[in-house]
Design a protein around this ligand. Structure first.
Ligand code: ADP
Ligand code: MG
Length: 471
């Protein structure tokens, strides 16, 4: 039985892993994760109970976590600790020592005023983890980085709004927090507010609901948002189309812009591709600067991991980094998840040096869960679409563009080789109603390519491992 001290050490060291596990177990979207789980931190372990700290005195968040996540935490923490533990979600107000250290309270309760401090506190809406100095700049994000820096240097002046867009896990949130920290440092006293769109939406709904009883509540809400110097609103796509929320946001936007206050928005797509976006929003979003973040190239992925590696005393071979970089296509959040796994593995197994083989062993379940499942067409199709970032419709279409032809041929080749009891005819049918001769020539093309193109060979290898690592 581990001592309380060991449990405390283990859980505090692995609390991020526990959070990631809950993200996976619950299949959380980024936005739900960022709202509910991300802000939590390990507080203590005592008498069989793990206390988890919610950064602000937000009763709503506390009851939501108790209702929806407590069992997941119980299981994940017990596994991590090696004994059965109970869980309690605590607020700063219930932990006197934290209160004295001046932790922020919920930015929106009755008696609170609107200001959100810009100190480098973990609890002002800004996360200390996300700063310019630990953001790795590469060809994929160079433009967005420079734009963010320009805005941070002259908020309200350079580009307003700054509209950052890009796929999940590519660094939008990181840049937004970086802007916040930078301004907080250079212009102490600035009111900086970072919110996710989900949070903003919840606040609007709450303000409308309680505003029916007390008209001051709505004005307090407006006051809160319209008096900031910098508003960082993450994942704005979730607001669009939500009637009253987008209306509130519209007025907030106008008020801030008019007053010369900086607005930074992020989204998964540029305004012109946001289908249900009304013209009045589009023109406003496009009135400042739009900057994209693309998927990282190999070198950027390597640089990000090397930077992470600097924090740990363990030696990590380039081969181990390369293994991760090759297996994780673009999402940097996943890249970090994989990196954390190899670090945890090396700790648990006392490995002083992480080689490529060790990385592969450590990441077996992470990269390739459910190793023993049989290969189905569905699994082949899903894996290929995910790997190449194409839609199922595209894969199954008859389009002949380069992005889809090779993936489709690989789907044919893999199905032929690994789906039990297949036939060319059946494969053709499963892949969008193709003729069996198309399947035969697709398979042949891959066989030919494999003789001459090592890149194709490597891709195939990765795909097969993703489909079933025991193959
Ligand atoms: P997004 O908001 O675009 O979904 P995030 O900003 O949350 O992505 O990034 C996901 C993770 O990857 C974060 O932990 C972030 O710190 C990290 N990350 C993303 N881009 C970089 C980068 N260029 N350098 C270092 N870390 C990065
Ligand atoms: Mg984000």
């Amino acid at each position: 039985m581990p001592t309380a001290e060991t449990v405390t050490q283990t859980l505090s060291a692995h609390f991020e892993d526990v959070k990631q596990q809950i993200r996976e177990d619950c299949g959380l979207t980024n936005i739900s994760y960022d709202t509910w789980i991300f802000p939590l931190s390990f507080l203590s372990y005592q008498d069989g109970v793990v206390s988890i700290l919610i950064p602000t005195d937000n009763l709503l968040q506390q009851s939501y976590l108790e209702k929806h996540y407590i069992d997941f935490f119980r299981v994940a923490l017990s596994e991590q600790a090696g004994i059965n533990v109970d869980v309690s979600f605590v607020l700063p107000k219930d932990t006197p020592s934290l209160k004295e250290q001046g932790h922020e309270t919920d930015p929106f309760p009755e008696e609170e005023e609107a200001a959100v401090t810009s100190s480098l506190s973990d609890f002002s809406g800004l996360n200390v983890k996300y700063r310019f100095d630990n953001f790795v700049v590469g060809g994929n994000n160079n433009f967005a980085y420079s734009a963010a820096l320009a805005v941070a240097e002259s908020p309200g002046d350079a580009y307003n709004p700054l509209f950052l867009y890009g796929g999940p896990g590519l660094g939008k949130t990181h840049l937004m927090h970086s802007i916040g920290h930078f301004i907080g440092h250079n212009k102490p006293g600035s009111k900086i507010l970072y919110v996710t769109s989900e949070h903003f939406t919840n606040e609007v709904i709450e303000a409308i609901r309680s505003g029916q009883k007390d008209s001051k509540i709505m004005s307090r809400f407006r006051e809160k948002y319209r008096t900031v110097d910098v508003l960082l609103l993450d994942d704005v796509q979730f607001i669009i189309g939500k009637e009253s929320t987008q209306e509130e946001f519209f007025h907030t936007f106008n008020a801030l812009k008019e007053a010369g206050k900086q607005i930074v928005l992020s989204s998964d797509k540029p305004p012109k591709q946001m289908e249900t976006l009304e013209e009045r929003f589009r023109s406003r979003f496009e009135s400042g600067l739009i900057a994209d973040i693309q998927a990282p190239d190999y070198e950027t992925k390597m640089a990000i991991m090397k930077k992470l590696g600097e924090q740990y005393p363990v030696e990590i071979d380039d081969g181990a980094f390369a293994y991760i970089a090759n297996n994780i296509k673009s999402n940097i959040r996943q890249l970090e998840g994989a990196f954390n796994k190899i670090i945890a593995f090396s700790r648990i197994n006392n490995v002083p040096r992480i080689t490529e083989e060790i990385a592969a062993e450590a990441l077996k379940d992470f990269l390739y869960p459910d190793a023993d499942r049989i290969v189905t067409y569905q699994r082949v199709i899903d894996t290929i679409c995910e790997h190449f970032s194409i839609s199922k419709d595209e894969l199954l279409s008859s389009k002949r563009s380069a992005e889809v032809v090779l993936p489709r041929q690989l789907a044919m080749y893999i199905s032929r080789k690994y789906v039990p009891n297949n036939s060319y005819k059946e494969i053709g049918k499963e892949l969008g109603g193709k003729d069996h001769t198309t399947v035969i020539s697709g398979e042949k093309r891959v066989i030919d390519l494999l003789k001459s193109d090592s890149e194709v060979e490597r891709t195939l290898d990765i795909l097969i491992k993703k489909i079933n690592p025991s193959l």
